[in-house]
Design a protein around this ligand. Structure first.
Ligand code: GFB
Length: 315
């Protein structure tokens, strides 16, 4: 065990909650968490007070304003401003209070819209971004650059990890704001319950996406905390991608229903393809364990048991 105490910022989110489970299993002696109500990470003074009181040895920054393609398009101010505020406060305060290691989470959308596939880390800042999530991507790129600046100028061990599209228990199933995988679980489930065959999906169904289970990501992040100290960004992916239409079919198969896909072409497709090249991480000795089918089955079970299924449905 390298660290006596780790602060997981954003522990109630999809990634943060998986991190807490993983760190507990790995026997981390002290996992520090605060709810949004207890600590507003956008407030610099509050963040400084929290760090001076708790003195974490390591920090994982999994707190962020996140959402799917439509939430990104509808709330560019929040996606840019809140993410900049959160990450500036947490990264700068981590350095000021002598945090030994910080792990900053980026996203696959930091890469150019038309980056060569699979996307290598070297593609960063080599072309224009996907417009629908440019504000979020710019905030994340600023976070990477800030961590790298602390590493270069001050010798800080601040690492930056770029996960692909993540899913799993604890995800957001709100149809307006969610990412595609939980949205499609909800839509196929509702078709099943209502005994309908039609499921309407956004766009053309042809974009390709790669999906990694949050527990696999948490495992990779633990591995990187232990084994990675380079300021160069590093990708974490599953290694395979599928089209959105294929994703609907996998979900329908897991739920045991036959469905017909209807396309709402008034909605955007976004980036045509986002498959990470994760060979840098594979070469270090880490690989994912949870297949897409198993992960969807487990996420669906969570959706049914957690009460998320009965929460407000928006369209
Ligand atoms: O997951 P998603 O919202 O975002 O959408 P991105 C992925 C693809 O699924 C797009 C299609 O082509 C959508 O048009 N899609 C089909 C749907 N039906 C649906 C639906 O019912 N809901 C949703 N949400 N999509 C996000 C970025 O991009 O990826 C974020 O906006 C972040 O910033 C995240 O980087 C990982 O994969 O396109």
């Amino acid at each position: 065990m390298r660290f006596q105490s780790i602060y997981v910022a954003g522990h109630r989110g999809l990634v943060g909650s998986a991190l807490v489970r993983n760190f507990q299993e790995n026997g981390c002696p002290d996992i520090l968490v605060r709810t949004h109500k207890e600590l507003d990470l956008r407030n610099q003074e509050d963040v400084r007070k929290f760090f001076s009181e708790t003195r974490p040895e390591a920090v994982v920054l999994a707190a962020a304003k996140v959402g799917g393609i439509q939430a990104n398009s509808n709330y560019p101010v929040q996606f840019l401003l809140e993410n900049l505020e959160i990450q500036n406060n947490v990264i700068a305060t981590s350095f000021e209070s002598g945090v030994k290691k910080l792990l900053f989470l980026g996203s696959s959308c930091i890469y150019p819209k038309l980056a060569p596939q699979p996307i290598r880390e070297e593609s960063l800042l080599t072309g224009p971004l996907e417009p629908s999530n440019e504000p979020y991507a710019i905030a994340k790129i600023a976070g990477i650059k800030l961590c790298q600046a602390y590493a270069r100028q001050c010798g800080a061990d601040f690492i930056c990890v770029m996960p692909t599209n993540i899913y799993g228990p604890g995800d957001n199933f709100d149809l307006e704001k969610s990412h595609v995988l939980p949205a499609l679980i909800r839509k196929v489930h509702e078709a099943k319950v209502k005994d309908q065959r039609d499921v309407t999906i956004w766009g053309t169904g042809t974009p390709r996406r790669e999906f990694l289970h949050a527990d696999d990501l948490a495992d990779a992040l633990w591995f990187l905390l232990e084994n990675y100290d380079s300021p160069e960004i590093i990708n974490v992916g599953y290694g395979e991608d599928i089209t959105i239409c294929e994703l609907v079919e996998v979900i329908a198969e897991v739920l045991g229903v036959k469905i017909k896909i209807i396309f709402d072409k008034s909605k955007p497709d976004g980036t045509p393809r986002k498959l990470m090249d994760s060979s840098r991480l594979r070469a270090l000795g880490w690989k994912p364990r949870i297949s897409l089918q198993d992960g969807i089955r487990q996420t669906y079970n969570w959706f049914m048991q957690s009460g998320a299924e009965s929460k407000r449905r928006s369209n």
